[in-house]
Design a protein around this ligand. Structure first.
Ligand code: FE2
Length: 319
């Protein structure tokens, strides 16, 4: 008999289940926090369409799988992401991006904890293609997109949001479908160097001291060194990893280069990276409103960020 105690089960998102495919893993359901989880669907069963639809309407219901089945669940997500998106032709681009963001978070959470760079790159490139395909129909309003994303402090959540924001901004700037795919994957990878920074520094609730701040500032270089030999990472993506904290006026790090030396993809990434951080929960503050975050971004006038890109981002998040 399965142990359904709190610690042995991990939550999964409803959006990541396909009603046409058996997951190969038992899925449990809990209607409220106090209820004991019950079996919803056996591993070999295909989720019942009507029951599934009812669940989707009920916001309080949560699904779980056994913690030990997580690798199998990850493999299912990677294998089925295309089907998950394509099967639901009735889904709007916003709903598709919501599904995609759930999958991105789930997969990155797992892969980031394993620190398997090869796997992280392979999956990021695939998810980048999916994002580009979804956006090629009709990009959703960015404001709505922000409202369906998670806004916690985890690096995998931040990377997911940065990836989707990068893609929407790139689309609005007229990037090609191929470029958007590249930027989306680059967004997922941009903070890969943080995986080697002490988590106690990354999640410290107080102001960082000088040593800690210098440690964090190493992450673009660490990420660059980790990816530079890889043939499956493009030069532009490598630049997103290395240059996303550079600023057009030379005030950024790790090198302090200026506008003309910063890759356009890195400029896109730098704007949405700051915006995402400001509008998400942090251990030491509440998320900022859209207008406050924009005024912080624009505080540096046209010196820190590419002015045209910044104007475009303002338009996207306020229209
Ligand atoms: Fe970063």
């Amino acid at each position: 008999m399965i142990d359904t105690s709190r610690d042995s089960l991990i939550p999964i998102s409803l959006a990541t289940l396909s009603v046409d495919t058996a997951l190969g893993i038992d899925i449990y359901l809990r209607s409220s926090v106090r209820d004991r989880p019950v079996l919803f669907c056996g591993g070999d069963d295909i989720p019942d369409r009507k029951r599934f639809a009812r669940l989707c309407e009920d916001g309080d219901v949560r699904l779980f799988i056994d913690r030990n089945e997580r690798p199998k669940y990850q493999a299912y997500l990677c294998e089925n992401i295309d089907t998950l998106l394509e099967n639901e032709s009735s889904m709007s681009p916003l709903e598709q991006l919501s599904v995609l963001s759930e999958v991105m978070r789930d997969v990155l959470d797992e892969q980031f904890s394993k620190r398997d760079t090869g796997q992280i790159v392979t999956i990021s490139q695939k998810l980048g293609e999916c994002t580009s395909r979804v956006l090629s129909n009709q990009p959703p309003l960015t404001k709505q997109l922000c409202s369906v994303l998670h806004h916690d402090y985890a690096t995998f959540t931040h990377s997911t949001n940065v990836s989707l924001y990068c893609s929407v901004l790139a689309k609005a700037l007229g990037f090609s479908e191929q470029d958007i795919s590249e930027v989306a994957a680059g967004g997922l990878l941009h903070d890969v160097g943080k995986l080697q920074i002490d988590p106690r520094i990354l999640t410290k609730p107080d102001r960082l001291d000088e040593f800690e701040y210098r440690e964090i500032q190493k992450h673009p270089t660490i990420g660059f060194c980790e990816l530079r030999e890889r043939e499956d990472v493009t030069l532009a993506q490598l630049m997103m990893v290395y240059q996303h904290h550079e600023r057009c006026d030379g005030s950024g790090y790790p090198v302090g280069i200026t506008a003309e030396e910063i890759h356009p993809y890195s400029k896109v990434c730098s704007i949405v990276d700051v915006y995402e951080a400001l509008t998400s929960h942090r251990p030491y503050r509440h998320p900022m409103t859209v207008s406050t975050a924009l005024s912080v971004l624009e505080r540096g006038g046209e010196r820190e960020f590419d002015p045209e890109m910044l104007r475009c981002w303002r338009q996207l998040v306020t229209e």
